[in-house]
Design a binder for this molecule. Structure first.
Ligand SMILES: Cc1cc2nc3c(=O)[nH]c(=O)nc-3n(C[C@H](O)[C@H](O)[C@H](O)COP(=O)(O)OP(=O)(O)OC[C@H]3O[C@@H](n4cnc5c(N)ncnc54)[C@H](O)[C@@H]3O)c2cc1C
Length: 398
């Protein structure tokens, strides 16, 4: 049976775009259907959010031949400093003790999207944009995918449909996928902060009774802030005059980076945990935020989605003619990593966003133990670096 494409990817965001790039190294015929024009996405201020890339993500971007341009726009994290406001427990992870150049890197989301889009343009992948998914029907040997392109509906057949269309996934909605959702009833305030300190290679995680604060090194002496708190409080904090806003942040974060001041406007994001326990179905698979949406404080959402893309590409390139085997291999190889990262993020949020005295003892002894026992510290570092599971092998076709 002939198909229009081997693979149709709905969603050309960071995860869908990277899957497209990985598959462009194969002989598969691939199309990416993206709803928003590239210029529209680049002018959107959410693109300014800082993404902490793990060492494992760097390894995948190297295999996609886009690490150098991403690295040109990245800040290296040499140390991670984790502490709990008002308590002794703190831990410091260092790149040197893990024998790597950096524990991770910070890059603006829009920069990664620009590099991915530029590389896709040079590739053999068909980009259908602006176009959005309308519906799809699965048959024994194909999926018929109806999209709206230039105001007209068009149906394309493929062997495999990939939903990489983000947290509000239409692929998920049109299919028979069960979504489990949990709202933290928290918002994150994100923005850029000027700091007094001239140290620019340390990432900070600071846990407070209202919620965690992450400060990631950014360009031009700035730090990128993700400050989590209950939703109602976030609305109040966003209304504060600048000096009170900074005073509040400084009192929660402390003096680790000296005096802080705002650089531009902050934004808020609602925080939910959602995931699809079975993210494969007949001829359909969900990856990235379409399959799991995490709290941003652990900086794992894109890293996890990128590993989804890499393993799916690896499975497809190993056995492109047998989609059933590809989906089984994919599900087996992704289950543990997804469950570990989701459980880890969820536990960290619950353990650290509370004022309970018992939790406070547990989390402080946890942080102290982490600092004192090298083996635990190494395992924590490897998970954070995205090296907790076997990496994909993405091979080029000559
Ligand atoms: C404040 C904040 C900080 C974060 N920090 C980090 C971090 O430090 N590290 C990290 O790893 N992650 C971080 N994340 C998470 C990360 O941003 C996401 O996990 C990642 O963007 C998910 O990428 P995606 O491609 O799966 O989805 P998206 O980025 O949502 O892309 C989905 C794409 O699909 C398109 N689309 C949607 N519907 C359709 C349709 N019907 N038809 C066609 N196209 C469609 C959209 O236009 C979009 O381009 C953070 C998130 C937030 C909010």
């Amino acid at each position: 049976m002939s198909h229009d494409y081997d693979v149709i990817i709905i969603g050309g965001g960071m995860v869908g775009g990277c899957l497209g790039l990985a598959l462009s190294q194969s002989s598969l015929r691939v199309a990416i259907v993206e709803a928003r024009e590239f210029s529209e996405k680049q002018s959107d201020s959410t693109g300014k959010r800082a993404i902490a890339l793990s060492w494992g993500s760097r390894c995948i971007l190297e295999q996609l031949d886009i690490w150098h341009p991403v690295n040109d726009a990245a800040m290296a994290i040499k140390h991670i400093h984790v502490s709990d406001k008002g308590h002794f427990g703190k831990t410091r992870l260092s790149a040197q003790s893990q024998n790597v150049d950096a524990l991770g890197y910070v890059v603006e989301a829009a920069k990664i999207e620009a590099v991915v889009a530029g590389s896709l343009k040079q590739s053999t992948i068909d980009s259908l944009c602006p176009a959005s998914l309308v519906d799809y029907v699965v048959h024994d040997e194909s999926a018929d995918v109806t999209i709206s392109l230039n105001g007209e509906e068009k149906t394309l057949s493929c062997k495999l449909l990939v939903g990489a269309d983000g947290g509000l996934s239409k692929v998920r909605e049109c299919g028979d996928f069960e979504l489990k959702e949990y709202s933290y009833e928290q918002h994150a305030i994100a923005g850029l902060i000027k700091v007094e300190s001239d140290e620019h290679d340390i990432a900070y995680e600071r846990f407070t009774s209202e919620g965690p604060i992450a400060m990631l090194p950014h360009f031009d002496g700035l730090y990128s802030l993700v400050w989590t708190m209950p939703s109602e409080l976030a609305q109040e904090v966003m209304q504060l005059p600048e000096d009170e806003f900074i005073g509040r942040l400084q009192s929660r974060f402390g003096q680790w980076l000296g005096e802080l001041s705002l650089s531009g406007k902050c934004q808020t994001f609602p925080l939910n945990l959602s995931h699809v326990p079975n993210n494969t179905a007949e001829r359909v698979v969900l990856i990235g935020n379409a399959a799991h949406q995490l709290h941003p404080v652990a900086g794992q959402g894109f890293n996890l989605g990128l590993r989804d893309a890499a393993i799916l590409a690896d499975a497809l390139m190993s056995d492109e003619n047998n989609i059933v085997t590809v989906l089984e291999t994919y599900a087996n190889r992704r289950q543990l990593d997804q469950a570990l990262i989701m459980g880890f993020t969820d536990n960290v949020i619950k353990l650290f966003s509370t004022d309970s005295a018992l939790f406070s003892v547990v989390r402080n002894s946890g942080l102290l133990m982490l600092d004192k026992i090298p083996l635990m510290k190494n395992q924590f570092a490897r998970q954070t670096m995205g090296l907790g599971s076997r990496l994909a092998r993405l091979k080029k076709v000559d």
